[in-house]
Design a protein around this ligand. Structure first.
Ligand code: PLP
Length: 417
């Protein structure tokens, strides 16, 4: 896992002391380092592009902030979108429709119509979706998401590729579905699978690729030649201090040589979300309360599961440290807990920290993926701010929401007033 430098005992992030960022923008606040974001994109693009024609489509569900999307658009990245809202947001950020692939699940006719009207390629998830799309438009380029029967992920809740999954065309129906698509007149371009999110080993990706390659070749025998394989996202990143990174260069070499040796496929598409945004971002939250509860010590902070739900939802590990006591000797073990009225509201369990006090700034690492984008208004807490830092300069990229803004769509019927 990536760690940070400090100056005078203060953690530095993107060339700035985290205490300055917290003071200027308040807490809780997500802070993204622009340089790291660009570097992550370039790392994964270069690793694969050295070996095969590659297109990176950032899975924007990980974070859809317009400024972050704009940076990735500048880099030449494409988009994996899962809703019409994500498609519209990415168009607003400057992506052209040809840079976006839409992969929905349980997609309504209204959403299909809206996405096709925006001119975006659809990656079809089910036979029902294909038949319904055929009644709207068969002139669009399409691909199909298949269920490869291979799963991988940091939690069972994010494994998507196993047999019986709600995602994709079941393996035994793939060939007949493509043949039906051809009969319907679709412009068939590719095949897609996504095994799950946050897996740290290479093998499941290789296993999935074998299934995709076999399918590509069987389709060719049936008169359907594809242009691309889209291997989805799911490349994990280390969340623990001494955890090693998965070797993406090795992964790229292996996958590209399989494709080149065994198929006539020209292009490989990847949809990384976590790999691109995760370690570019930290969450800064303030210690507001310290409690010794006999059997446990608590650091109470102003960010809870409303701000970062991953620990409560998946039992995910996020490294935490005190940004204003960086590198100081740790005194005891603490649970870092939030302001939400649930005993499951925590950011970290049993962490050694250096004598936490009210006013200390807690930095939560690797908060960029599925952090802000999964945050909520639970307990009527406003969504927090987002800040972009770039070589020592910090700019607000999302204002902190107000309580009043949470009322804006609510209506009290006249008869109750
Ligand atoms: C279809 C698809 N592609 C890509 C991703 C991105 O996964 P990750 O952020 O783990 O790279 C997801 C995540 O759920 C997904 O469902």
């Amino acid at each position: 896992m990536r760690d940070y430098e400090s100056e005078n005992g203060i953690m530095m992030f993107g060339g700035m002391p985290v205490t300055d960022i917290a003071e200027k923008f308040g807490t809780p606040v997500y802070v993204t380092d622009e340089q790291r974001l660009r570097e992550n994109y370039r790392n994964i693009y270069n690793a694969f592009a050295k070996n095969i024609d590659t297109k990176i489509h950032y899975a924007c569900k990980a974070n859809t902030n317009l400024a972050i999307l704009t940076i990735l658009a500048q880099e030449g990245c494409g988009i994996d979108a899962v809703s019409v809202g994500e498609v519209m947001t990415c168009l607003k950020a400057g992506f052209t429709p040809d840079k976006i692939i839409y992969t929905g699940v349980n997609v309504s006719n209204d959403e299909l119509k809206a996405v096709t009207d925006l001119g975006v390629m659809i990656n079809i998830d089910s036979i029902s979706e294909m038949e319904r799309l055929a009644k709207i438009n068969t002139k669009l380029p399409v691909s199909f998401r298949i269920t490869p029967g291979v799963g991988s992920g940091h939690s069972d809740k994010v494994i998507t590729g196993k047999k019986g999954s709600k995602f994709g065309i079941p393996k035994d129906k793939v060939i007949s579905t493509y043949l039906r698509a051809k009969e319907l007149g679709f412009d068939i371009k590719g095949i897609h699978a996504h095994i799950g999110s946050g897996g740290q080993s290479v093998e499941p990706f290789m296993d999935m690729m074998e299934v995709l390659i076999d399918t590509v070749n069987e389709l060719k025998e049936n008169g359907i030649e594809l242009e691309f394989i889209d291997m989805g996202g799911g490349i994990g990143v280390p969340y623990k201090l001494n955890e090693e990174e998965m070797d993406i260069n090795d992964l790229a070499i292996n996958l590209a040589s399989m494709i080149k040796e065994e198929t006539s496929i020209k292009t490989l598409i990847l949809e990384p979300g976590r790999y691109i945004i995760c370690d570019s971002t930290i969450l800064l939250t303030k210690c507001v309360d310290v409690k010794d509860a006999e059997s446990k010590k608590y650091v109470g902070v102003d960010a809870g599961l409303n701000t970062l739900i991953r620990p409560a939802m998946y039992d995910s590990y996020h490294y935490v440290t005190l940004g204003n006591k960086f590198g100081k000797a740790c005194t005891a073990k603490y649970d870092v807990v939030g302001p939400i009225c649930e005993s499951g509201d925590f950011l970290a369990h049993e962490r050694v920290l250096p004598d936490p006090q009210e006013g200390d700034i807690v930095a939560v690492y690797n908060a960029g993926a599925y952090g802000f984008s999964m945050s909520s208004n639970y307990n009527s807490r406003p969504l927090c701010a987002e800040v972009l830092v770039n070589m020592g300069e910090a700019e607000l990229i999302r204002e902190r929401e107000t309580v009043e803004e949470q009322w804006r769509h609510q209506i009290i019927p006249k008869r109750l007033q």
